[in-house]
Design a binder for this molecule. Structure first.
Ligand SMILES: Nc1ncnc2c1ncn2[C@@H]1O[C@H](COP(=O)(O)OP(=O)(O)OP(=O)(O)O)[C@@H](O)[C@H]1O
Ligand code: SF4
Ligand SMILES: [Mg+2]
Length: 357
């Protein structure tokens, strides 16, 4: 449960990438709007899961939140300190950038790339302790490393400490990556598809481990997954939050239980409907009108979901809905349907769509 002290805050964040689309890099460039106008607050001990299909901007948003990706516009702050101002030379920030770097950690998707293949587990884990806990002597460091390996079930720990990454399973590698991040005493860990490459049974184990260790280390998690079952597992068990991304926008965000019980954005309903483990009893849940995901270089006008939304009207095509809350203040959705006074209700449905309340 969150303690309401904000660790990371994103305000009006855009991340746009210019990519070359043709022969001339000056005239043939295109802009991918990977993240568009996102606001997000991550408090101490929060667990926030972000879900969305491939290319929706989850990784870009996550990297921006931990200061690894510079926003095109908007601000990212760590405990009130603008991260990118702290990063500038001679800026003399209240919180030095090195402190921000230590506090915001990341665990990657791919177990192989999480650890240096030429370093033993011991050596990989010693590194953060040497750098950030200079008061610890070699014996204390060794004791902490062995205790952590034992804690995550890698026993006998002496044996695991000697091993190299190629001598570990994918699940074991991700555990070492998690320990290494935690040894920095971070305020926030970005877990970007950190369980996606694991077998289903190991995924649950790894997610349970992350949540178990959260209490001892007082860290927050920004957990990213393209799979709603994983995102839901983590967010619900931690009594955390769930955010849904679509084409760079955070279209729905709120307490996980609330979003899953009472999804308000039609896209969240589609995701929920397409996740068999959620056992939706409402069989009449509508599918999308079109299967194709639009091009992020040239996203649809108005509400970006209007080309697929089963409830889209002409109003949705013309203008973009703002994110707002209807009943529960923390539950925010960018869809006209949550506003009973919207012009949406008087507009003509688009081809193949229907409007019902
Ligand atoms: N460095 C970059 N340069 C250009 N385009 C980029 C860059 N990084 C991401 N993109 C584009 O931004 C969009 C969002 O990418 P991102 O990796 O954030 O999506 P994602 O939701 O994490 O997808 P996945 O589930 O496949 O990991 C995509 O269209 C991607 O091609
Ligand atoms: S604003 Fe319109 S198109 Fe967008 S999700 Fe809501 S109903 Fe669908
Ligand atoms: Mg990604």
């Amino acid at each position: 449960m969150s303690t309401h002290e904000t660790v990371v805050s994103l305000s009006g964040v855009d991340v746009h990438f210019d990519t070359e689309s043709g022969i001339n890099p000056f005239t043939d460039s295109e802009t991918v709007r990977a993240v568009d106008d996102v606001d997000l607050e991550i408090d101490e001990k929060d667990v926030i899961a972000i879900v969305g299909e491939s290319g929706s901007g989850k990784t870009t948003l996550g990297k921006t939140a931990v200061g690894l990706q510079k926003p095109t516009s908007g601000t990212v702050s760590y405990r009130g300190q603008d991260v990118w101002k702290a990063r500038k030379r001679f800026s003399n920030p209240e919180i030095p950038f090195s402190e921000i770097r230590r506090s915001l950690q990341i665990i990657h998707q791919d177990p192989e790339s999480s650890l240096n293949p030429h370093k033993s587990v011991r050596s990989s884990l010693e590194q953060p302790l040497k750098k950030w806990q200079k008061g610890l002597g070699p014996e204390d460091r060794e004791a902490r490393i062995l205790a952590m390996l034992q804690k995550v079930g890698m026993s006998p720990p002496h044996d695991y400490a000697e091993r190299y990454p190629h001598q570990l399973s994918g699940g074991e590698t991700q555990r070492v990556a998690l320990i290494r991040a935690l040894l920095m005493n971070p305020d926030l860990i970005l877990a970007d598809e950190a369980v996606s490459a694991l077998d289903v049974s190991l995924r649950v184990e790894m997610m349970d481990l992350m949540l178990d260790l959260q209490d001892s280390f007082n860290t927050s998690y920004l957990f990213i997954s393209h799979d709603l079952s994983n995102a839901r597992y983590v967010a619900e068990h931690a009594d955390g939050y769930l955010g849904v991304m679509y084409l760079g926008e955070l279209v729905e965000f709120g307490p996980a239980k609330e979003v899953l019980k009472n999804p308000q954005h039609p896209y969240t309903k589609v995701l929920r409907w397409a996740t068999p483990s959620l056992e939706i009893t409402d069989e009449t849940e509508p599918p999308v009108r079109k299967i194709d995901i639009p091009d992020p270089v040239n996203p649809p006008s108005g509400c970006r979901f209007h080309t697929r939304c089963p409830y889209a009207t002409g109003h949705c095509r013309e203008s973009a809905p703002e994110s707002r809350s209807a009943d529960v203040p923390e539950h925010r959705t960018a869809c006209y349907r949550i506003d009973e006074h919207s012009d949406y209700w008087d507009a003509e449905p688009l081809e193949g769509a229907h409007v019902d309340r």
